[in-house]
Design a protein around this ligand. Sequence first.
Ligand code: NAD
Length: 293
Amino acid sequence: MQLLDGKIASKAVKEQLKQQVETLVNKGKRAPHLAAILVGTNGASETYVASKVKNCAEIGFQSTLIRLDENVDEQTLLDEIIKLNNDENIDGILVQLPLPKHISEQKIIATIDAAKDVDGFHPISAGNLMLGIPSFIPATPYGIMLMLEHYNIETKGKHAVVIGRSNIVGRPMSILLSTNNPYGNCTVTLCHSHTHNLKELCLQADIIVAALGKPEFLKADMVKDGAIIIDVGITRVEDATKKSGYSIKGDVAFDEVAEKASFITPVPGGVGLMTIAGLLKNTMRAYELREVK
Ligand code: NAD
């Protein structure tokens, strides 16, 4: 078994971006600029946004964090987005999800200028992805593709089972793996909560992407020998032995599955780090589309 190490793969992506920024700055140009909006004080969202801001700084991107109160009304949030859309110095905009219930995520996402949609959730980005037109790819599936590329994993003709069909992970992942590109060309089965024969399908899979949000769901008896396992899950599970009071669990029972897998991502230290790499790549793309004409 070989570990698909997010620390190593994301470092390589970030190193390349850092060099690109240095080259730009040496030419007297400004650095790419990401704006993040955080509504409320959800613990996991705080952690994710802080990590995105920190990673921007590490590679020389500028970043702006806008914090809004949990009770902010929808129009105020929309106005903030419109301001960022019109700000010439902002290349990428992300609104950290989930949003409070009284705000329509769909409306918020659709209001972001599609040219600054670095999360890749805008309907235009989703449509482009489906049509195979170069676009912003949702950061997590993009990060997984970057991971496959870094480790030069052969995917052509393989059977990939994606568990979970969300708009931000499972569905775009299934499209990318089935697309005619160097790390695609798989035959893809997209599974979800209504799939009857999940275990049977997983046992046929050469590649499994587990993105359902159920800690240690995928067990060794669901995996064939030599399978490639990508664990997207991140769930906080109570853990009295930890100072924080919780530990992070993936969707894969790592120890037992690792014994059968040819390649496997750990949690933490796997897909989560690649998601940030995907976001940073999207931000550079947004910058290039606007600045390098
Ligand atoms: P979601 O809740 O939107 O979607 C979950 C999907 O799993 C649904 O499509 C559902 O049909 C399917 N599902 C649920 N139970 C199932 C079952 N028993 N069998 C088969 N399918 C089942 O979740 P999401 O936003 O796609 O996130 C999934 C997981 O990935 C979560 O743990 C989330 O925290 C994590 N996540 C991680 C990253 C990262 O950077 N690593 C990014 C996004 C999400």
